[in-house]
Design a protein around this ligand. Structure first.
Ligand code: 5GP
Ligand code: MN
Length: 348
């Protein structure tokens, strides 16, 4: 299980952990289950090892992750900037989880990059920037949580994984694989699941809390988006959903309410990719998903200055919602070459 991890890197990380007393764990802005699961999972391990560890995140995590053990201990930079800056400044080591470039941390980026402590990257996104002293990057992992579990095993700390650590790690695996349905490259992920279940993890509860629980208004917003705001481009086998600030206000939008919406159009037979555009306070947040190996990461990189994974990516657009939508529609031809041959999308 730990054979995929370079043993020199595992040894080096173990040495750094042993030498450090105060350790900060951090992740990307708009943290998801994998970002919070990997930082909190690591946090539980470090506490078991007797370290003074702290999770510092750029902004608030969605309420669907509130059930995670340790969630309330997380330092949120937008809420408590001074506490976060002090904690980062005093750290001996910073572990950066689930992001591949400093800009993914928004306003927290200069704080982390300006710190003098040693930095370790633990991530599964493609083409990471070389910003850490120790780079542990495995883009073929389903999730950063899968990677963290393998690193922990490779460092020889498996027996220190307690129920809380296991719960956090399984949460990130479940959210990034949508409960073991996508992004699995290594079949022994199921062996990792078995190991986590052996630690006593309640998988049903995680699936219910992190994937299948939502507010009344979130459900209404999704229904509205699918019935009123979904556009289908049959020849490109693509779907776009746009939600304006007014739409969001009308449905009492809260962070995380549109989580999963971008996946819905992919349920249509023959659909290859789906792009969701949400008007945020300062930009249009773009979220994209695909199947059949179609590279939405390229679309997000080319058009929206973002990236991510081949079949799950995102970006930001600075301009109006309509301009954001238009840009994609006008560019669709360019990406037709990646569509799988043969099958078609037919809407009758
Ligand atoms: P989501 O659609 O869930 O926000 O993100 C899907 C994937 O794309 C995640 O792996 C995430 O890290 C990546 N991603 C989302 N937004 C951005 C962005 O603005 N820039 C980059 N580089 N990656 C993003
Ligand atoms: Mn992830």
């Amino acid at each position: 299980m730990d054979k995929l991890i370079n043993s020199d890197k595992a040894k080096e990380l173990r040495r750094l952990i042993e030498e450090s007393e105060k350790i900060v764990l951090t992740c990307h802005v708009r943290p998801d289950g994998d970002a919070i699961g990997s930082t909190l999972g690591f946090w539980h391990l470090l506490r078991t090892l007797g370290k003074e560890a702290c999770v510092i995140v750029p902004d608030k995590a969605p309420g669907s992750l509130y059930f995670l053990p340790g969630f309330k201990e997380i330092g949120v930079y937008t809420c408590h900037p001074e506490f976060c800056e002090k904690t980062v400044a005093e750290a001996d080591m910073i572990i950066c989880c689930d992001f591949n470039t400093p800009s993914r941390q928004d306003a927290l980026a200069p704080v982390i990059q300006g710190a003098h402590s040693r930095k370790v990257l633990v991530d599964h996104h493609q083409e990471p920037d070389n910003f850490a002293d120790l780079m542990i990057s495995y883009p073929d992992m389903s999730s950063t949580c899968e990677l963290v579990f393998r690193i922990i095993a490779a460092m020889g700390y498996y027996s220190e994984v307690n129920l809380d650590c296991a719960t956090c790690l399984l949460t990130g695996i479940i959210t990034d694989t949508r409960n073991f349905t996508v992004n699995i490259k290594h079949p022994d992920l199921y062996e990792i699941l078995m190991r986590l279940l052996e630690k006593g993890v309640n998988k049903e509860r995680i699936v219910k809390e992190a994937l299948n629980t939502r507010s009344f208004w979130s459900l209404k917003l999704e229904a509205f988006a699918l019935s009123e705001k979904l556009e289908i481009f049959t020849s490109h086998r693509a779907a776009i959903i746009t939600l304006s600030k007014d739409d969001l206000t009308r449905f009492h939008y809260e962070k995380g309410d549109t989580e999963g919406l971008v996946n819905c159009p992919l349920e249509i037979k023959g659909m290859v990719y789906s792009v969701f555009m949400r008007e945020d306070s300062d930009c249009i947040k773009v979220s994209a998903r695909s199947c059949d190996g179609f590279p939405v990461s390229e679309i997000c990189k080319d058009l929206y200055g973002g990236g991510g994974h081949l079949q799950a990516a995102g970006g930001e657009f600075y301009g109006s919602l309509e301009e954001c939508r238009r840009l994609l529609i006008d560019s669709m031809n360019k990406y037709d070459k990646y569509l799988p041959k043969g099958a078609r999308l037919v809407i009758t």
